[in-house]
Write a protein that binds this ligand. Structure first.
Ligand code: ZN
Length: 221
């Protein structure tokens, strides 16, 4: 798989069959959106503006006809903007199966720890399990999500709940092969890396905004 990092917790994942955008907020310009040739699913962890922007979601939907899977408050904000049959509500503790022409995408979510309701999730797609931590603090329920092949972990700034310590606890539960650090300062990323050295065996990537990652270390299905 490959991905592009957009800033904050925004990523676009590309697998053999699918393109999935997560927490893209308003990180894509009008021009970027017009250039999107394919988007199967948008996912939103919570309603904060560095994660979700209704106008951007609407424009991407109108360009691509994608499904949108979202936490309750985001779901409510999109009702009436995007057709209900394209909206999927993600509530902590449940899995949804999304069937598309090229196969199936299965998001499973739990409630995280944040000033507003937030969900953390794994997305099973093309045989890969991807974890996305929004900008949440650690929650014991992460254990319920099982293993992840690649984990996107928030280390802090500007989130009041994410931290290098919380990210490390997430990583220890998820045992990912690849860890991508985002939503944090470089000092917080480094703090995570120093802590992780002795306790984790994983490829570590500090996400750089606008960069495309398609490295051999990424699960290659
Ligand atoms: Zn937030």
């Amino acid at each position: 798989m490959a991905f592009i990092y957009l800033g904050y917790s925004g990523v676009i994942l590309r697998t053999i069959n699918f393109t999935i955008g997560i927490d893209v907020a308003s990180l894509l310009s009008e021009k970027d959106i017009q250039k999107i040739s394919k988007m199967d699913l948008l996912v939103y962890t919570h309603i904060h503006s560095d994660h979700f922007n209704a106008a951007t979601a609407q424009k991407i939907y109108e360009k691509t006809g994608c499904f949108i899977a979202a936490e309750q408050n985001v779901y409510d904000a999109l009702l009436g903007i995007v057709p209900a049959e394209k909206l999927i509500k993600l509530q902590g503790g449940e899995s949804k199966e999304i069937y598309l022409e090229t196969g199936r995408i299965v998001p499973s979510s739990i409630h995280g720890f944040h000033p507003v309701q937030i969900i953390l999730l794994t997305i099973e797609v093309d045989g890969i399990r991807v974890f996305h931590g929004g900008d949440s603090g650690y929650s014991q329920s992460i254990k319920d999500l099982g293993h992840a092949d690649i984990a996107f972990l928030p280390t802090g700034d500007p989130s009041p709940t994410a931290s290098p310590e919380d990210a490390l606890e997430m990583a220890l539960d998820l045992c990912p092969k690849v860890i991508v650090l985002f939503h944090g300062s470089s000092a917080q990323h480094n703090s995570f890396i120093n802590r992780a050295k002795s306790s984790l065996i994983a490829e570590l990537i500090q996400a750089e905004t606008g960069k495309v990652y398609a490295e051999d270390a990424l699960p290659n299905k």
